[in-house]
Design a protein around this ligand. Sequence first.
Ligand SMILES: [Zn+2]
Ligand SMILES: [Zn+2]
Length: 131
Amino acid sequence: MHKGSCLCGAVKYEVRGDLGPIVLCHCSRCRKANGSAFASNAPVARKDLVVVDGAESLKSFRTAAGVHRMFCQNCGSPIFSWRESHPEMARIRIGTLDTPVPGKPTAHIFVGSKAEWDQICDDLPQHEGMP
Ligand SMILES: [Zn+2]
Ligand SMILES: [Zn+2]
């Protein structure tokens, strides 16, 4: 069981299952949504992801590609995203977890659109787009 919350604490969620492999996504959408060089995401089964508090504060920004980026409307924390083409999966933003995260990042993705000021300083596999 993993537990997480947003910056203001309004939204609390649990992952009642396993986290998938952690990937660091450098795509321009993740950079905008996080205001940083990349997003740290892990896939989980949507059925395992339970918003236990503050569901009314969780808003969706739907992109043209049919991706719903779920964030706290009070503090702006990105919490997870899900795709209309794969509604059974969600990608949580692991920086919002409060419980220890097992495992380490496994790969960089969308390095083809990474910020020019960003420097990748590890030996993880790098993928131009989505592997
Ligand atoms: Zn919040
Ligand atoms: Zn991304």
